[in-house]
Design a protein around this ligand. Structure first.
Ligand code: SF4
Length: 647
């Protein structure tokens, strides 16, 4: 609000009063005096505005050698591997532990009221570590502020995620760490406000590539862990291998060795874990708010482990899928706003752009999507995480759109809805569990509102929505148990049906697996035919038990033929397959190119032709050979006539 006093030159006015000599009354002065009086009474006098001095703090290049960067917020594997990748870029990095109940307590003590619990857990986790450094390790507050920074992701909303960094600063100040530097990936280096010196945090390609390697490798290790652990024969064997795998990949990242070679090494370790997949267990797809479904600590009451403990398999979401969703968001928004080239001054707005900007941005996002998918699959293959299909973002958006607008963001946006529908329609899991923090604005509206409609439209869906608040573990877990009971019954029925469909007894399957260790290997992934892995395995091995080699070969050929004709039919009839989407994308790009060509083609062609001609002339004229030929022809008439004849 503008609180400055009026400063315009006063205009004097006189009002005559009957029977008196007209007094001189300065109305403007009277009004100013009245306004000043009222301002003082209401406390509206100009005051100095408060400035957040902890915003945009960074460290300088000269400070870099003494700075320790703290990171955290994802799974233990991700944080650890990313710290290795960033260390190889020359930073001293420490990954924080998963937030626990102490983090929540500290977060609530120093944070604002009415935040969602990821804020309390993550903010509290940082403050807790700093308090530990001060009170247990004996560092002074000044030393901590001087030597440590926290690196995190920021956002501009639309939910409370947009306020995380403000919350960090508020809690740090109240906990006595005023001036502690919370840095965002988005800051992208720049200059130190205090000294004007270049920032010590250089977010160059090496920085992001190393981070990405850590994230994707973390996905693969987690994926293998959740796939294998529920079926391990020796309890704890998978966790032991996961620890070794993390160390191997960490060392590779730290010492700039091949991460793919490291993953191949870990593949051997995982493959040695003994598993028994002949016991029915439901597959539980975990979806929901990103942090709540990702964290492995008390923030979701260690949900993934709880599910395993209850005799089920956790099907987790990956950070790679989240990155793909982020790419999709930008591509979608670019398409929506591509014509707003005048007033759209937002960060990713189109103001000032030209007619090629939207097209080139979409092309680069398309390339980023494909590049990330390829990297994931290469890492997955190297690590032995076979047959995993990353979600198709366009497909999810398309499916969810009738129920949840694609423009609504925050949390997982429409993905939660799309994933539930796909899980049900394609029988991807026995049950879908959506976890979100208590009071989460976007995710609660999805699970409490929209998903009720989905479960009604798709009967038979086992969908469990649970909220985490940090202080209601018993309620949370008993609700999950209730739904898991139903899912277990479904998994048992699938298992029995698979056996009876093929006329098999479970002992026959076990005997076959003993003789054919390839199918009993921890890395083996049977093709998905039901919502649970053991039933999938029976459907896969039944053919080998019941059919001869010739019969199996014929069956495979029939399936291949069927698959090819299905693909062809889908592509021709325009079903929502990836072929169709690729063609749609191609059509879109072609239409835009045609539009640009129509508007600017003739002029561009003329300019390009002229430029090409000029360049060609300049190049040819400057060629030493051309000069020699010219001088030769100039000197040798015979040569000229021969050339003319040859021409
Ligand atoms: S998505 Fe929900 S839990 Fe996550 S930051 Fe936003 S409001 Fe909080």
């Amino acid at each position: 609000m503008n609180t400055a006093s009026p400063t315009a030159t006063p205009i004097k006015k006189s009002l005559p009063i009957a029977g008196q000599a007209p007094p001189v009354l300065d109305i403007d002065a009277e009004l100013r005096a009245f306004e000043a009086e009222e301002r003082a009474r209401l406390g509206l006098d100009p005051t100095e505005q408060w400035v957040e001095e902890m915003a945009n703090l960074t460290f300088t290049k000269s400070e870099r050698s003494k700075i320790t960067m703290l990171i955290g917020g994802l799974t233990l594997a991700h944080d650890y591997l990313v710290s290795g990748g960033l260390k190889s870029c020359g930073y001293d990095v420490v990954a924080l532990d998963a937030p626990d109940y102490d983090s929540l307590r500290v977060g609530k003590e120093f944070g604002n009221r009415a935040q969602c619990n990821p804020t309390y857990f993550t903010v509290g986790n940082l403050v807790k570590v700093l308090i530990h450094l001060r009170d247990k390790k004996g560092l002074s507050t000044e030393e901590i502020i001087d030597r440590y920074v926290f690196l995190t992701a920021g956002a501009c909303g639309p939910c409370r995620f947009g306020m995380y960094t403000t919350e960090y600063r508020k809690a740090l100040r109240d906990a006595g760490f005023d001036g502690f530097r919370v840095m965002l990936f988005q800051q992208q280096g720049g200059l130190s406000q205090a000294t004007g010196e270049a920032s010590g945090l250089e977010m160059n390609p090496a920085f992001f590539i190393n981070m990405l390697k850590g994230l994707v490798a973390g996905d693969i290790i987690n994926g293998l862990g959740y796939r294998i652990r529920p079926y391990e024969v020796v309890p704890g064997a998978t966790d032991e291998v996961i620890e070794q795998a993390k160390r191997i990949c960490y060392d590779a990242l730290l010492n700039k060795r091949s991460i793919l070679a490291a993953l191949m090494q870990t593949k051997r370790l995982f493959s040695q874990i003994q598993v028994d997949r002949t016991q029915p267990k439901p597959r539980t797809a975990i979806i929901g708010e990103f942090w709540a479904m990702t964290t492995e600590g008390d923030g979701n009451y260690r949900l993934q482990r709880f599910i395993e403990h209850e005799g089920a398999e956790s099907d987790i979401q990956f950070v790679t899928a989240w990155l793909l969703y982020n790419i999709w968001e930008v591509a979608y928004d670019t398409q929506e706003r591509k014509l707003l080239r005048q007033h759209d001054t937002a960060k990713l707005g189109m103001a000032g752009s030209n007619e090629y900007t939207a097209l080139t941005r979409k092309l680069s996002l398309w390339a980023a999507d494909k590049g990330l998918r390829t990297a994931f699959h290469v890492f997955a293959y190297a690590g032995g995480f076979y047959d995993y299909h990353l979600p198709e973002m366009d497909e999810i958006a398309e499916i969810a759109a009738p129920y949840y607008d694609n423009n609504l963001r925050g949390g997982e946006g429409h993905m939660e809805v799309g994933k539930l529908i796909l899980n049900v329609v394609h029988n991807k899991a026995s049950m879908t569990l959506s976890v979100k923090p208590f009071g989460c604005m976007p995710s609660s509206s999805v699970s409490d509102g929209v998903q009720s409609l989905i479960t009604e439209r798709y009967p038979g869906t086992i969908y469990c929505a649970v909220e985490t608040s940090g202080d209601g573990a018993v309620n949370f877990q008993s609700r999950v148990q209730m739904y898991l009971f139903k899912a277990k019954k479904v998994a048992e029925a699938e298992f029995e049906k698979a056996l009876s469909d093929h006329g098999l007894a479970v002992e026959q399957v076990r005997a076959f697996l003993n003789k054919n260790p390839r199918f009993a290997n921890a890395l083996h992934k049977p093709p998905r035919t039901t919502g649970s892995t053991p039933a999938d395995l029976i459907n896969e091995v039944a053919e080998y038990i019941k059919l001869s080699t010739a019969e199996r070969t014929r069956l495979k050929a029939e399936r291949a033929w069927q698959g090819a004709s299905d693909w062809l039919r889908a592509a021709v009839t325009g079903a929502p397959t990836s072929a169709e989407r690729t063609m749609k994308l191609g059509r879109e790009f072609a239409a835009e190119l045609a539009e640009i060509a129509r508007d600017h083609g003739p002029e561009l062609a003329r300019k390009a032709a002229q430029k090409g001609l000029d360049q060609a002339m300049a190049t040819v004229t400057n060629l030493p050979l051309a000069k020699q030929v010219q001088s030769f022809l100039g000197q040798n008439k015979l040569g000229q006539s021969k050339l003319r004849r040859a021409g």
